[in-house]
Ligand binder design. Structure first.
Ligand SMILES: Nc1nc2c(c(=O)[nH]1)N(C=O)[C@@H](CNc1ccc(C(=O)N[C@@H](CCC(=O)O)C(=O)O)cc1)CN2
Ligand SMILES: Nc1ncnc2c1ncn2[C@@H]1O[C@H](COP(=O)(O)OP(=O)(O)OP(=O)(O)O)[C@@H](O)[C@H]1O
Length: 197
């Protein structure tokens, strides 16, 4: 029955999410730093014009790849970067400009979030994944913010996933609302979905 399939998929996704977050938390600091630096270098090489776009990125929590040095470098090249703001659950994310001295306060999920600054509409989104599959579907924290935000923004931003090789799986069992990433960058390089090269 469709309902059984949905709840089975929900359990599968929840288990995968927990397992991947635990594996990421277990990365030693030096490994996390090495892999984050590789991801930043691949992003820069694969998307050399990022400083000409408004780029949304995430403040790294729970050992997500650290893109802060890239965000600072883009600003130094004249770019504008923004952090997500959870307006409320069930709604798309908003984005506020980030700069190095930007005051941040923990939001309801304990994620440092700007309390000040212009609201911007990102043209590129750099999104941490908990898992990503062969169809480039992203598994996040289960809030549905990413899909809701992509569905709400027009024009749709270029969505680039960031994560580690071990987070690649065959299928996250995507749901009807899941939208695929345009590219996925890990410590070993940048991949676009098959057929798009
Ligand atoms: N660093 C970072 N910031 C980000 C994101 C991200 O993926 N990484 N997000 C990207 O979109 C948004 C936040 N997404 C979130 C979505 C759900 C929950 C949350 O509800 N967590 C619950 C479990 C919910 C459930 O499993 O049903 C919890 O932790 O208790 C937290 C954050 C915006 N900011
Ligand atoms: N475009 C949308 N419109 C309405 N509801 C949505 C939309 N996208 C997702 N949702 C709802 O959000 C919930 C969580 O979705 P999902 O499990 O895909 O989150 P996630 O991608 O892991 O989380 P996040 O993007 O916040 O990190 C689901 O119950 C889903 O119904």
């Amino acid at each position: 029955m469709a309902t059984d399939r949905r709840s089975a998929d929900g359990e599968f996704r929840q288990k995968l999410r927990r397992e991947m977050i635990a594996r990421r938390q277990a990365l030693p600091p030096a490994e996390l730093a090495r892999r984050s630096a590789a991801i930043r270098a691949h992003l820069d090489a694969a998307f050399p014009a990022l400083a000409e776009r408004i780029v949304g990125f995430c403040w790294p929590v729970q050992n997500e790849p650290d893109l802060l040095p890239l965000a600072a470098a883009l600003r130094a090249r004249g770019g504008r970067v923004a952090l997500p703001v959870v307006v409320r659950p069930g709604e798309p994310l908003a984005f506020r400009e980030w700069w190095p001295e930007q005051p941040l306060l923990p939001d309801r999920y304990d994620i440092p979030t700007p309390t000040d600054g212009d609201f911007l509409t990102p043209e590129v989104l750099l999104l941490p994944v908990n898992a990503v599959d062969a169809g480039h579907y992203r598994l996040g924290y289960g809030g549905g913010f990413f899909d809701r935000t992509l569905a709400a923004l027009s024009p749709r931003p270029l969505a680039i996933g960031v994560g580690f090789d071990f987070q690649r799986v065959d299928s996250i069992r995507p749901q009807a609302h899941d939208l695929p990433l345009d590219a996925m960058v890990t410590e070993s390089g940048c991949r676009r979905p098959a057929g798009e090269e």
